[in-house]
Design a protein around this ligand. Structure first.
Ligand SMILES: Cc1cc2nc3c(=O)[nH]c(=O)nc-3n(C[C@H](O)[C@H](O)[C@H](O)COP(=O)(O)O)c2cc1C
Length: 174
């Protein structure tokens, strides 16, 4: 039997939903039964053999509901194959420094639930619509020197999903 996989995501403006759906599509193409759900809509985590969990970044952190989800379900997650992803604008610029910064955004969730050890963590460029920002948000975005526009590359996202699939599916029959 193929692994049943959950792709759970947290978003504010929808960018991360599209990334999560692209991951789900690629995993399904490998033959697994995959649910893609907003974190607030996940009902029963024990239904799944493996999980891919991702969040948009606000002020250098995962959204609070994503960290809370990992903390709340850490007993199940530490027994499963888990991968994390992040959608952010720092990843829009493909330099080793920016990548290091973006990978650093995993630190708070890794510290909040250290018993959950993801076998893979990846950062993807997101999208930022400057017109929709409030004044304080504009300040945050300017301070961080974040680019505006849609930098998503769903081909790269799906490549990653294909790469992690064998490890996710390892849980078959457990
Ligand atoms: C108020 C605000 C703060 C942000 N802070 C960061 C940040 O610290 N680092 C970063 O790389 N991107 C940051 N971003 C960019 C978002 O992570 C990016 O736009 C992402 O694609 C949003 O995902 P969503 O559409 O799923 O909410 C910020 C965006 C906003 C609006």
């Amino acid at each position: 039997m193929n692994a049943k996989i959950l792709v759970a995501f947290a978003t504010r403006n929808g960018t991360t939903r599209a990334v999560a759906e692209a991951i789900g599509e690629a995993l399904r193409a490998n033959g697994s039964d995959v649910d893609v759900k907003r974190i607030s809509e996940v009902e029963n985590i024990v239904l799944y053999d493996a999980m891919v969990i991702g969040s948009a970044i606000r002020s250098e952190k995962w959204l609070p509901e994503a960290v809370e989800f990992v903390v709340q379900h850490r007993a199940v997650l530490c027994q499963a194959q888990v991968a994390y992803f992040t959608t952010c604008m720092t990843a829009a610029e493909d330099t080793p420094e920016r990548r290091q910064t973006a990978l650093g955004y995993f630190a708070p969730v890794l510290e909040a639930a250290p018993e959950v050890v993801p076998f893979a963590m990846e950062v993807f460029a997101g999208a930022l619509n400057g017109k929709k920002l409030s004044f304080p948000q504009r300040l945050t975005v300017a301070t961080q020197r974040l680019p505006r526009g849609d930098y998503r590359n769903l081909t790269t996202v799906q490549q990653w999903a294909h790469e992690i699939y064998p490890a996710l599916a390892q849980t078959e029959g457990v």
